[in-house]
Design a protein around this ligand. Structure first.
Ligand code: MG
Length: 190
């Protein structure tokens, strides 16, 4: 399964949820699949999707927002692995992090990450996260539904193939505009 195929499934499954997306190819591909105000693209903020989503999940703990979804990459999570013990410690019940793990830095010539020899789902489990796994479209749809129904913090570990989708335009919108659009969407619900 390619990243863009996983993102098509995730876009379908998250139209009513706030989604915090890691930078570079993942944000570009999600915006190409479906650019919606419930998406917060963390342009250039590598490593922070989980942290931002953790804060949001805590902030909406008592609001009518079912889950806060982070879409993270393996290289990005490995830049800030502290998000895993932090989630295990704070236990944000609404936090659902989807880890798209291709074991490479997809935006820098597919250089290998530590995930090539490290089970990040196992690391999350050791930190106290509930872990679900998927490696094809069918298991991803089912595992996302299970993860959404479970109390967080939940990590959905998705194995994907290396490689970026071709001909995806750059995401050049002003981050201030993107942030305001997301905040307005969330404020109507929370
Ligand atoms: Mg990667």
């Amino acid at each position: 399964m390619r990243r863009v195929e996983a993102l098509e499934i995730l876009a379908d499954a998250t139209a009513d949820l706030p989604v915090v997306v890691t930078c570079a190819a993942t944000s570009r591909e999600l915006a190409a699949v479906a650019d919606r105000p419930n998406h917060l693209y963390l342009l250039d903020a590598m490593g922070l999707a989980g942290s931002v989503a953790t804060g949001l999940a805590l902030a909406v703990a008592d609001a009518p927002v079912e889950r806060v979804v982070a879409i993270e990459g393996d290289g990005s999570l490995l830049m800030n692995p502290n998000v895993l013990p932090t989630g295990g410690h704070l236990r944000p019940r609404k936090l659902l992090m989807v880890l798209l793990d291709n074991a490479v830095y997809g935006s820098t010539a597919d250089l290998p990450t530590y995930a090539a020899g490290l089970d990040l789902g196992g690391v999350a489990a050791a930190c106290g996260w509930a872990v679900r796994r998927a490696d094809d479209p069918g298991t991803l749809r089912r595992a996302f539904a299970e993860a959404r129904a479970a109390d967080g913090p939940v990590l959905l570990h998705v194995r994907i193939a290396p490689g970026n989708a071709p001909d995806v335009p750059r995401l050049l919108e002003d981050p201030v505009v993107l942030g305001r659009r997301f905040r307005d969407w969330l404020a109507e619900r929370a």
